[in-house]
Design a binder for this molecule. Structure first.
Ligand code: ADP
Ligand code: MG
Length: 699
């Protein structure tokens, strides 16, 4: 294959392939399922499965898998071959409709937060026909949802799909009031993925990176990102080769990789695709992450997607650009005519109301041990949710709240005496990069998600909370006799109520948390506290109302999140102790012995034998520092080990997570501090692991 357009989607069973390969009637039924969520019967599935298998085998596939996203957030797959032995000793290659629509992985090894204990031991996977099947490494991958036999979701995709239904339904009710009846309303997402590439040979020498994805030790490099030379800088040739191969492979899989550039931190890069419907965008992001890791190895590199691989250096974020689309019309596009502007204003207001009312849930959706290092550090938005609207839209909103005519020229007054929006010009003058939730012209950019996260949770929350705000509008307006006037009243009142969540200033400034507290905004700094909001009655009620998660599902997810957090910190604690004892202490002891030997030799040879008086105070003071360091590290490790075992003994998942957060992490930090202080005084050749200087500034 030569051209990109031939390459693009060549490994995807997409609409074009379906049209080519399926009988017309089957194609029609399947398209209806995809577009309108109609259920699919087994007969149709049989025809689709057969065509899919023929297509996949022509492209070299021998196996198929149900590709799904258990609660760990990463993707899972178990391969089955198409092979079926026949009675006469031969073999047939087959793939039935049943095999396509339903699978039965061994569910017991996936986290369920206690759901399976309460219900059924088994779980099954079910085909998500709205996300196309594709071929990866000779395996036909069928995107699926993963649920228990009693129907509880055991994965990330199911509630996301339910939330897309919810927002689609409510947005349609709102649009009906505007006299529109679109067939499909869906949210769209464009996730920007940040990552680091470091040398495999360095990675292999760091147990912390191998086990936890981040460095648990490492003094600041002598040069950081202060020269701002890396951002958009020339890409290293090896990295460029990596990016080219990555793009090619992604394009084959129908992932519209679009933009690539260096990021702010040394050795950091970003990839942004063109946006897709949310569930497809998330599948595509998970594939992107997987391919990045795989392809890096072709170049002797390792791809780090952790939220904070290097302390003191920017971490990896994953900006979630989000909007709502009705038959292709972007509902967050301000537009140019007053009536369209009123519709835009309603959707904008709904998002503002939703984000303010459910700040905690939004924060919860991106909470993880890794992201705790990022949020609130100086390259990422703080843990406080606020909305940036920009100068122009901000002042329009303010005018509406104050019932004033907008200042901008060319304003139009509706006959109701309500000032409406002037033609809105895309605001690219003041793009505030510090806001966690920013309006960027025709979409919102949620900047809190971390590099490693599966974006399903964040979008499941966004969709559900906005669905709820749209319900409020639709319910309030359904009996209205003068729709435009009443809609404007709803907009005005709702904006007034939620104005405090709008902040166009610098979110990184130290004044902001103080100001935010005065405004009554939440500041949930750590994962355990953020996760608590999940099980609040208000949240449970919301998920139940929109049929996104049942109470049992919420509680199970709460458990899994806390458990995952505790397990992560537990591993980090153990690795910290192991590296300190088995890597750093021996090296520091060896170096200090060399220093002591040198002092001794000098004194022995020169003073005693040759009678020359020497000043060895510098070496002695170094030796004292090294000895003090050895003692501090040893003592620190002992404290750490005690904290880990006392945390391990706590049964209650919340208290357990708190113990890791409040006791284990500080103990780890103390060990790290003592080791990092040694790194800068121990001879380079003695240091047992690659340093930040070495890992970040390679050629
Ligand atoms: P930035 O300036 O923040 O680096 P870009 O302008 O490069 O961002 O694009 C950010 C992302 O937003 C891209 O993935 C793009 O496809 C996505 N995007 C654009 N429009 C929409 C939309 N209507 N819905 C969702 N995502 C969108
Ligand atoms: Mg961005």
């Amino acid at each position: 294959m030569s051209t990109i357009s031939e390459l693009y989607g060549s490994l995807v069973f997409d609409d074009t392939v379906m049209q080519e390969r399926l009988p017309r009637a089957t194609y029609k039924v399947l398209s209806k399922t995809i577009k309108e969520g109609q259920p699919l019967d087994l007969e149709v599935a049989n025809v689709v499965a057969h065509a899919m298998k023929e297509w996949a085998m022509e492209l070299g596939a021998t196996h198929y898998t149900h590709w799904f996203q258990p609660l760990t957030g990463i993707t899972s797959e178990k391969h089955d071959s198409f092979l079926n032995p026949t009675a006469n000793g031969g073999a047939l290659m087959s793939f039935s409709g049943k095999e396509l629509i339903q699978g039965e992985p061994d569910a017991s090894s996936f986290p369920s937060g206690g759901i399976r204990a309460t219900f059924e031991a088994r779980g099954y996977t079910a085909w998500d026909p709205t996300s196309y099947a594709f071929i990866k490494d000779g395996v036909l991958c069928v995107p699926t949802a993963f649920v228990s036999y009693t129907g509880e979701a055991l994965d990330k995709k199911t509630p996301l799909l339910r939330s897309m239904d919810a927002i689609g339904r409510e947005a349609k009710r709102v649009l009906a009031l505007f006299g529109k009846n679109p067939t499909q309303v869906a949210t769209t997402v464009g996730p920007e993925q940040e990552y680091f590439l470091i040398k495999e040979s360095d990675y292999e020498n760091r147990l912390d990176l191998i086990m936890t994805g981040r460095t648990l030790f490492g003094a600041d490099p002598t040069k950081g990102q202060e020269l701002e030379e890396h951002y958009f800088g020339a890409v290293r040739p090896t990295v460029k080769a990596f990016m080219n191969e990555l793009n090619t492979e992604l394009w084959k899989l129908g992932v519209p990789a679009k933009t690539e550039h260096n990021e702010v931190a040394p050795a950091q890069h970003e990839l942004a695709p063109v946006f897709l419907t949310t569930n497809r965008a998330i599948d595509a992001n998970l594939l992107t992450m997987e391919l990045m890791r795989k392809i890096a190895s072709h170049y002797g590199l390792v791809c780090l997607q952790h939220e904070k691989p290097f302390a003191g250096i920017n971490g990896n974020g994953k900006h979630n650009n989000w909007s709502i689309s009705a038959d292709g019309e972007n509902l967050l596009e301000p537009g140019s005519t007053p009536s369209e502007n009123l519709q835009f204003l309603v959707f904008l207001t709904a998002v503002i109301k939703a984000v303010d009312e459910y700040q905690g849930l939004l924060r919860m959706s991106v909470a993880s041990a890794g992201n705790d290092h990022r949020l609130g550090a100086n390259e990422a938005p703080p843990a406080i949710i606020s909305i940036f609207l920009g100068d122009e839209l901000g002042s329009i909103v303010e005018d509406i709240i104050n019932k004033k005519a907008p200042k901008s020229s060319g304003k139009i007054k509706m006959d109701l005496g309500v000032p409406t929006l002037p033609t809105f010009i895309k605001d690219n003058t003041d793009r505030n990069r510090t806001s966690p939730f920013a309006f960027t012209g025709n979409k919102f950019e949620f900047r809190m998600p971390g590099g490693e996260v599966n974006l399903s949770d964040a979008n499941m929350i966004l969709n559900t909370i906005v669905a709820e705000a749209l319900t409020d509008f639709a319910d309030s307006l359904k009996k209205s006799k003068s729709f435009e006037k009443d809609a404007m009243v709803w907009v005005q009142q709702t904006l007034s109520q939620h104005q405090h969540v709008i902040f166009n200033g610098d979110n990184y400034s130290s004044d902001w948390p103080i100001e935010a507290e005065k405004r009554g905004l939440l500041n949930l700094k750590s994962t355990p506290d953020a996760v608590r909001t999940f099980i609040e009655p208000k949240s449970v009620q919301l998920f139940k109302k929109h049929k996104v998660l049942s109470k049992v599902e919420v509680e199970s997810r709460y458990e899994v999140k806390l458990e995952h957090y505790s397990k992560k910190i537990n591993i980090e604690g153990l690795v910290t102790a192991r590296m300190a004892r088995a890597r750093f202490l021996p090296a520091i002891i060896e170096y200090s012995t060399a220093v002591a030997t040198a002092i001794d030799a000098k004194l022995e040879v020169l003073e005693n034998i040759k009678g020359i008086k020497l000043d060895t105070s510098a070496e002695q003071s170094l030796l004292e520092k090294l000895t003090a360091g050895i003692n501090a590290i040893s003592a620190g490790v002992e404290v750490l080990e005690k904290e880990i075992s006392s945390a391990q003994s706590i049964k209650d998942s919340y208290k357990n997570a708190l113990a890791y957060e409040q006791n284990v992490i500080p103990a780890m930090d103390a060990v790290r501090k003592a080791v990092d202080e040694m790194e800068v005084i121990v001879g380079h050749d003695y240091w047992p692991v690659p340093t930040y200087n070495h890992m970040l500034f390679y050629t």
